[in-house]
Ligand binder design. Structure first.
Ligand code: ADE
Length: 254
């Protein structure tokens, strides 16, 4: 059976995933290392996307053309935009949009020219399953992270959100910029730099896509503070735990 692709945005996440794969081996394509193996009996290909929309689109295309991935799941971090989306919460995307794409007046703002779409839908079955395992994990954050980390980052009651994730080629790190995004895209939950590009590639190929992001910052003037520590202590552990829990729910191929 064709593999499920797990695309991680950060090295720490990928390392955690590889450590859980008993038989991983590496194939190098386009300067990237694709790790093939099994997790809970599922054939898996895991890769670092690198950062930004073009890097992510290249990675997705190789996953589909070369490795024949049957679905792509993206994990990583994002900056919270909606008022109730806090650091330590998790967003499972229902749709993704490129917030820095604007070919108006030839095409409507945000629309990917010649596709007729601005918002690309994620796969409902995979997203529902990811949301279910995430909700379960978030009920007991200390079991996953330890009480010290929960106290340090104030993560006593992390929430699951589902909705619009927006992507663009910029790390949003001023209150002015995140306020502008909130004004222009009031239903956007969070911002990152890759997801909508992968969603577009998967749409072109007709392959299911899902994205799950841990909120690492509020996309404001403090966005860079504690980022690295948060990724290592919180986001990479969430990612591994929820991908692991999701793969366990799938039927093992014969
Ligand atoms: N990924 C995590 N935080 C982000 C931010 N503030 N802007 C863009 N991508 C992010």
């Amino acid at each position: 059976m064709n593999p499920i692709a797990i695309v991680a945005a950060m090295h720490e996440e990928l390392a955690a995933l590889l450590a859980a794969m008993p038989d991983e081996h590496r194939v190098r394509v386009a300067g990237r290392e694709f790790w093939l193996g099994h997790l809970h009996g599922q054939p898996v290909v895991a890769v670092l996307s690198r950062i930004g929309k073009v890097a992510a689109a290249t990675t997705a295309t190789v996953l589909l053309e070369r490795f024949r991935a049957r679905a792509i799941v993206f994990t990583g971090v994002a900056g919270g935009l909606a008022p109730n989306v806090a650091v330590g919460d998790v967003v499972v995307a229902t749709r993704l949009l490129q917030h820095d794409l604007d070919a108006s007046p030839i095409f409507p703002k945000y629309e990917v020219p010649l596709t007729g779409h601005a918002r690309f839908a994620t796969d409902t079955a995979i997203s529902d399953a990811l949301a279910a395992v995430t909700a379960r994990l978030l009920r007991k954050p200390a079991a996953l992270l330890g009480q010290t980390v929960v106290d340090d980052f104030g993560l006593a009651a992390p929430k699951l959100h589902r909705g619009l994730l927006v992507s663009g080629d910029r790390f949003v790190s001023t209150a002015a910029e995140s306020a502008a995004l909130r004004r222009d895209l009031p239903d956007a939950l969070a911002v990152e730099m890759e997801g909508a590009a992968v969603a577009q590639v998967c749409h072109d190929y007709g392959v299911p896509f899902a994205a799950v992001r841990t909120i690492s910052d509020r996309a404001d003037d403090a966005a860079h503070a504690d980022f690295t520590r948060f990724v290592a202590a919180v986001a990479s552990r969430y990612s591994l735990a929820l991908i692991d829990a999701w793969l366990r729910t799938l039927a093992v191929p014969a």
